[in-house]
Design a protein around this ligand. Structure first.
Ligand code: NAD
Length: 490
């Protein structure tokens, strides 16, 4: 493979300090596709020192924002140039279809472009000082050294949401991708080097969460942690980060409701309910896994979903006609299977799926059939827990109030959808739905201009949009007295 398989620390490509490596597996056939450095706390400390020195030296934070923006734009151009290679690498590493990965790479280039454009657009603000003969202004400055930890489901997309705003605002950083899917992140660090980001500003450490991730979270030289991943890990990071009261941005899980009223456009709602869950085999934080359907159309809606699901083509992400690839790992497949068993025990009905496929060609991969559960109630674990697999649960409602109550009955609050042709009804529901993003007559759509993040236990802070940029800044108020006078108090 024409890819560096090392870490990038202080402008150098390096093996792990103690020489450990990790095999990276293709989830379609379990073949080893790369063997990368496996860093530990000592590699992480070296990267933190490099980032600390680069920040404290002050060159990058004080580089004119226009120049920083130009470098971030150059990264976008290099991603555009290498997008096919990146897409193929992402599919090899995650099992998702190349078509999906190609879409991801377009989005990722767009994220770098968006933050490049924002880099020099905030020149601070003069505020009306109530004190005579004074100037009062508010400026935004970079936070400092940022630890960035990403998950395996959208490896490079999630990394781009963190790298681009951190660099554009003048921070230095240490990125730790998921140990299962580091390949496209390594490749982008090659592009970051090529784009001219100075040594020490952006560092990459490869390795496990409980070593590299834990060191980033509790090292007092790190000023901010931006984490995307599961809720259990998020809580651990919050605790560790309290050591020096780090700034925290947490993008955690979701169990997202998709509410379908009887007056919705039936065919489109069916189609989007499927898209909303089964892309990347349901391994999407914003997947619309809790389908909440008005009783009048419930049976017809479920039948339409089941008929479509039966025709899904599972297979190798590199085959043109594949619609759904495998799950990420044997461990994750076992977790999804366990959730289905639990759902059955709890009394939900498997309308379709509910097992691994028996196709002999899929036996080496971590495949699970797309699964729909009916007869679900909110007290079931299958309705409450994030299984993070190709599973939809269906609940029924009669009234608008009941639909909103079901939608909000979750510890999570990442995203949700409402399908209806009655706009007033949609607006009434949306106003009461406790989620960071709500789609009306759509699902799972996002773009760099709009903020992304969760209510409740789905997280803290926002990525993307202007707010995603602000996460990487501290606000400073500068007051200047133009006519200093003694107070003569003491
Ligand atoms: P995970 O929490 O297991 O791992 C995420 C990252 O945290 C990995 O890099 C891992 O190595 C690291 N990590 C593990 N233990 C750690 C520790 N003690 N300290 C520091 N870092 C540690 O999550 P995952 O299984 O990789 O990803 C799936 C989860 O990510 C799902 O819950 C999904 O909803 C969530 N996710 C959320 C969003 C969002 O935008 N809200 C986007 C994508 C994924």
């Amino acid at each position: 493979m024409n890819l560096k398989q090392q870490q990038y620390i202080n402008g150098n490509w390096v093996d792990a300090n103690v020489g450990n490596t990790r095999d990276i597996i293709n989830p379609f056939n379990q073949e080893v596709i790369a063997t990368v450095a496996e860093g530990d706390a000592s590699d992480t400390k070296a990267a933190i020192s490099a980032a600390r020195e680069a920040f404290d030296k002050g060159e990058w934070p004080t580089t004119p924002a226009t120049e920083r923006g130009a470098i971030v734009r150059r990264i976008a151009e290099l991603i555009e140039r290498d997008k096919e290679e990146l897409a193929r690498l992402e599919s090899l590493d995650t099992g998702k279809t190349v078509e999906e990965s190609r879409g991801d790479m377009e989005d990722i280039a767009g994220v770098f472009r968006y933050f490049a454009e924002l880099a020099d657009k905030d020149g601070g603000e003069l505020i009306d000082s109530p004190i005579p003969n004074s100037i009062s202004k508010v400026v935004r400055e970079p936070v400092g050294v940022c630890g960035q930890i990403t998950p395996w489901n959208y490896p490079l997309l999630q990394a781009s949401w963190k790298l681009a705003p951190a660099l554009a605002t003048g921070n230095t950083l240490i990125m730790k991708p998921s140990e299962i899917t580091p390949l496209t992140t390594i490749k982008v660090f090659e592009l970051i080097e090529e784009a001219g980001v100075p040594a020490g500003v952006a560092n990459l450490v490869l390795g496990a969460g409980n070593t590299v991730g834990a060191e980033l979270s509790d090292n007092t030289d790190v000023d901010l942690i931006s984490f995307t991943g599961g809720i259990v890990t998020g809580k651990k990071i919050m605790q560790a980060a309290s050591v020096n009261v780090k700034k925290l941005a947490l993008e955690l899980g979701g169990k997202n409701p998709n509410v379908v009223f009887a007056d919705a456009d039936f065919e489109v709602a069916v189609d989007q309910a499927l898209n909303g869950v089964f892309f990347h085999a349901g391994q999407i934080c914003s997947a619309g896994t809790r389908l909440i359907v008005e009783e009048r159309i419930h049976d017809e809606f479920v039948n339409a979903l089941v008929e479509r699901v039966k025709k899904f083509k599972l297979g190798n992400g590199f085959d043109e006609d594949t619609q759904m690839g495998p799950l990420i790992s044997a461990e994750h497949l076992a977790k999804v299977e366990k959730y289905v068993e639990t759902g059955i025990k709890e009394g939900a009905t498997v309308a379709v799926g509910g097992s691994r496929p028996d196709d002999p060609e899929l036996q080496d991969g971590f495949f699970y059939l797309p699964t729909i559960f009916t007869n679900c109630t909110t007290d079931m674990r299958i309705v409450q827990d994030e299984a993070f697999g190709p599973i939809i649960t269906v609940e029924k409602f009669r009234t608008e109030e009941e639909a909103v109550k079901l939608a909000n009955d979750s510890i999570y609050g990442l995203a949700g959808g409402v399908w209806t042709n009655d706009i007033a009804k949609a607006e009434r529901c949306v106003a009461k739905m406790l989620m960071g993003t709500v789609w009306i007559n759509d699902f799972n759509l996002y773009f760099p201009h709009a903020p992304w993040g969760g209510f409740k236990q789905s997280g803290i802070g926002r990525e993307l949009g202007k707010l995603g940029m602000e996460e990487y800044t501290e606000t400073k108020h500068i007051f200047q007295n133009l006519k200093p006078e003694s107070m003569n108090w003491f």
